[in-house]
Ligand binder design. Structure first.
Ligand SMILES: [Mg+2]
Length: 233
């Protein structure tokens, strides 16, 4: 049981769902069409394409389909893969099938959620509502949460404070009595802290450490650190 906190909210991709494994699985499926493109090149380019376009979908500046086509076009430009004009969505479908086949939870998720039994639990995730819920189902976590808020449901994405406040409202808990855990320092942890939540940055080891001496967020390296940390607060 959590002492002064009564609700614990999680990001999904990269926090509960092993995002790297899913990306690898999706990119490997695309590479079946262009085996000359190395896996490293393909993965780096996929990140470039994601960073270039996905925020525009989240901001409502383009549809999901247009975003998928744009990501594929950029990926082709960066890797040099021959993706004929007009076939971008076919390629994306290949990616999507490999990506969905790679949806697995990190090893530390199930024990963490079990240890937090007794708290209200929620998810705040940036992405398409149907896809994000399909991910939770693939992870066997559909019934694990009292509230799931996907940016695609409401047209508001993290780090906008309104999505954090809305999730707290759905759990009927004041933001000050919520902890939010995510793998992105600014978009997740800092943004949650800005609305009065306990912002927790899950740094699974990939990211360099920003100056944390004066940071309002707590840093953990694994979800196994979460239950004891919250009990102590
Ligand atoms: Mg994430």
């Amino acid at each position: 049981m959590v002492s002064s906190l009564t609700a614990v909210l999680f990001d999904l991709d990269g926090t509960l769902l092993d995002g790297d494994a899913a990306w690898r699985s999706g990119v490997d499926r695309m590479r079946e069409r262009c085996p000359d493109v190395s896996r490293e090149n393909a993965l780096n380019a996929w990140e470039v394409a994601f960073n270039e376009h996905f925020h525009r979908y989240l901001a409502g500046e383009m549809t999901m389909t247009d975003c998928q086509a744009a990501r594929m076009r950029t990926w082709a430009e960066v890797t040099g893969a021959k993706v004929p004009e007009g076939t971008e969505l076919e390629w994306f479908e290949d990616y999507q099938s490999g990506y969905a086949a790679g949806w697995v939870a990190y090893d530390d998720v199930s024990a963490c959620l079990k240890d937090l039994g007794g708290s209200r639990l929620g998810v705040i995730t940036n992405g398409d509502s149907v896809q994000q819920r399909a991910k939770l189902a693939a992870l066997g976590l559909t019934d694990a949460f009292d509230a799931v808020v996907a940016s695609g449901d409401i047209g508001i994405a993290k780090p906008d404070p309104r999505i954090f406040r809305l999730a707290a409202e759905r759990l009927q808990v004041a933001p000050e009595r919520c902890a939010f855990i995510g793998d992105l320092y600014e978009t997740d942890a800092l943004a949650a802290a800005a609305v009065g939540m306990t912002g927790i940055w899950l740094d699974r080891g990939a990211a360099p450490l920003p100056g944390t001496a004066s940071s309002p967020v707590v840093r953990i390296a694994s979800l196994s650190e979460l239950p004891p940390l919250l009990k102590a607060r």
